[in-house]
Design a protein around this ligand. Structure first.
Ligand code: CU
Length: 381
């Protein structure tokens, strides 16, 4: 992209962002100060100064920072910091490279875990080295475009947003800097999820406590990589350089890559998710832009919240579940057999041809009662 085009692009970004901030700013100013102090669904706001503060260090997916499943004590202010990183990332085995836009350097961004009625306090940093404005829209938050209207930051700026996590469930967060920038930033990698656990922990369909031994975060991502005249994927020197070409591919609505955790093979082979027979594994599966349908080949969803929201009883014994674009689903499974399991988007074209496959490597004792090869392959008798 030449300099003039880059200026046009950044001005359009600025304008789109400014329009949103202006509109929401005006709306906010009509709300009485007192109304902003209280949260009707959860009663009066507590004295924030009296709440304990906890600082959490985020970790890159598929892993999840240490957390209590049952809340200890009352609501807290949970402090997170995320730094935006614009960086080149290889997304398949052929070296295809995207100028990714990321929260904290990973696609998806890290999973945050809090409990219902905790306050999430995020410091979002857009370093001087960035080329674009960014912000964050939390689907778990209430008001101001999920915080998007209060967090738009230029390169070299940071912002601190606090919101009360009033609803329990898994929720997507993503960048939403305005207009055509919104889908472009999301399909360039700027999305992640937050898990808001009930204070007493999860319960299964029978109402019994559901305790997980392991938790993994799978963030599914659709990429739209432009091709050259020979059909080869193109690379660009900066995010804005590729914008016009990528937008043309995006408008066709057919992704060139559909991957888990940022790249084909990010969760397979040596990168497989691990578990032992008898362990209950919780999988949080987000897709910020496009519908998906997780399926564990050779296993099941024991307790599944397809919409990811814990006020609803889980579905049980599912074979495949639907996660709507712009949401995060949650599923638990207790592994009963050892071996390699594929965990896929059961649009199998997307799983096998476009990349949406992960592996679980499970160790333990085989149960012949559940399955036995009665006769090995051989000549027809
Ligand atoms: Cu962004």
């Amino acid at each position: 992209m030449d300099a003039a085009k880059a200026i046009t692009l950044s001005r359009r970004t600025l304008l789109a962002g400014a329009a949103i901030v202006g509109a929401v700013g005006a709306a906010l100013s009509t709300v009485p100060a007192q109304a902003q102090e209280t949260a009707p669904e959860t009663g009066p706001a507590p004295d924030l100064a009296s709440l304990p503060r906890v600082k959490v260090d985020l970790v890159a997916p598929p892993f999840v920072h240490p957390h209590d499943q049952v809340a200890v004590g009352g609501p807290k202010v949970v402090q997170f910091t995320m730094t935006i990183e614009e960086k080149a990332m290889v997304i398949d085995d052929y070296g295809t490279t995207v100028q990714a836009l990321t929260f904290n350097g990973s696609v998806p961004g890290p999973l945050m875990v809090v409990h219902q009625d905790d306050y999430v306090e995020l410091t979002l940093i857009n370093p001087e080295t960035s080329t674009l404005q960014h912000n964050i829209d939390f689907h778990a938050a209430t008001g101001a475009l999920g915080g998007g209207a209060l967090t738009l930051i230029n390169p070299g700026e940071q912002v601190v947003l606090r919101f009360r996590a009033t609803r329990a469930g898994a929720f997507v967060y993503h960048c939403a800097p305005g207009g055509a920038m919104i889908p472009w930033h999301v399909v360039s990698g700027m999305n992640g999820a937050i898990l808001v656990l009930p204070r007493n922990g999860l319960t299964d369909a029978a109402g019994k406590p559901l305790v997980y031994d392991r938790i993994y975060y799978v963030g599914e991502q659709d990429f739209y990589i432009p091709r050259d005249e020979n059909g080869d994927f193109k690379t660009y020197d900066s995010p804005s350089d590729g914008y016009e070409d990528m937008r043309a591919v995006m408008l066709g609505l057919v992704p060139t890559h559909e991957v888990f955790n940022g790249a084909v093979g990010a969760l397979t082979g040596d990168n497989a998710l691990t578990a032992n027979v008898g362990e209950t594994v919780l999988v949080v599966h987000s897709q910020a832009n496009r519908d998906t349908r997780p399926h564990l080949i050779g296993g099941h969803g024991d307790n599944v919240w397809p919409g990811g929201k814990f006020a609803n009883a889980p579905d049980v014994d599912l074979e495949t579940w639907f996660v709507a674009g712009g949401s995060a689903g949650v599923a638990s499974y207790r592994f009963l057999q050892p071996g390699i399991y594929a965990y896929v988007n059961h649009n199998l074209i997307e799983a096998v041809e476009l990349g949406a496959t992960a592996h679980f490597k499970v160790e333990g004792e085989w149960d012949p009662d559940l399955m036995t090869q009665v006769a090995a392959p051989g000549p027809i008798v």
